[in-house]
Design a binder for this molecule. Sequence first.
Ligand code: FES
Ligand SMILES: [Fe+2]
Length: 452
Amino acid sequence: MSELRIVEDWSDPETRGHTIPGARYTSKEFFEQEWEGMWTKVWLLLGREAEIPNHGDWQMEEVGPEEVLMVRQKDGGVKAFYNVCQHRANPLVDSPKGHVLRRFVCKYHSWAFLPDGTLNFAPDKEDFPEGNPCGKVRLQELRCETFAGFIFVNMDPDCKSLKEYLGPIWEDWEKRDIHTWKRTMANTMWLPCNWKVVLDNFNESYHVPTVHMRATPDTDRKKIRGTIDTYFKETKFDLSDEGHNRMVMKGGYGVGSTDEDGNIVDPLATQLKYWEIDPSDYKGRPEDTREALQKAKRKLGPDRGYTHYDRIPDEQFTDAFHYTLFPNFAVSVWSDGFHFLRARPHRSDPEQCLFDNWWYSSPASLEETATMQRGNNAGEANEQGEVEVTMLQYPEDSIGPAIEEDVAVFVTQQRGFRSRGFKGVYLSNQEKRIRRYHELIDDYIDGVLPKA
Ligand code: FES
Ligand SMILES: [Fe+2]
């Protein structure tokens, strides 16, 4: 096995121990400290390059009180601006994406800005005591870099590079050609909970047997397995110096993958057949499908167009590599798919967040994904082959299977955080990633950035 195929350990910094009271999820004061100290200092995953392929294409996304306009430039690069006219603050655009033929024209007094942010037209330009604003006034720019096909922005002009910020994530993801992957599902909704409720949940698998498998108290924990094994003793937990973390769970086998007679059921059965493995050969021993799948993918993958397979380790063919990118992006990366879970704060209310439940697939696996995602409300693909975002309403709509079970708990937990009877969380070791992540938020608020 080549060196490229080894899953490296990350450094595992000690946590300091920390009180996490309910007010962190409900208080306006803490929400504001978090905004000033943390959100305005971190790299935020906000856009996707495929949304804006041509010069003049733009995408606008909100985060907290800000709206960020990402614009494709003539030289092929992307620039990001605050979506605010420099005349008297009217927002320049008011929809999620579009294309400017020549200029962004403000709807208040028609000031017009070129895609590179320069003001190029103002009515009565000679009437300004400070001088003609054209060519002088510019849209306010944010730091903007791209990685894995995503557009990241940072409001801190003195921030470190995105590559330094991402640390070990950069190398882990680069091998999979994620920039070529297409969005195959995109469900988004506003939820009545703080954004950290969402991130806390995706920072642990302790809840899985209870929330997702309806366990009873006398259930043998070691036997609770879905198509991924979330049992903590078999899970690898990694923290990085940069503040991100990773949870690696073995996949491809488990009780949830068989019926009562031991026959392998979907979605594992479909996956096995796709890779020319007969599920009946594994009747009663679903745990052996993990290695069988790894071998089959290694052997058949390259000829089927899975071009990145020679660069990834066997584990990544089957296992769940679940990452949290600080601060608000949780993602399960598989060999060919990317479960994208992101929570953004509301503009002013600590008890609301914008939650995305999206999925990306590698080009070679699009057909397989479509089969696995039947019933997931996946929308229609656009010209770029990407499914458009569907805005759903809580509680009327479902955000998608399994994740809707998490959402139900988010909302009840938020209610609990308001109680004066709640004195702060009491965390297990397997929830250490939550502890570390709250410490980081506090470090940012105190002006201490991660050392790496
Ligand atoms: S606020 Fe934009 S032109 Fe006046
Ligand atoms: Fe969950």
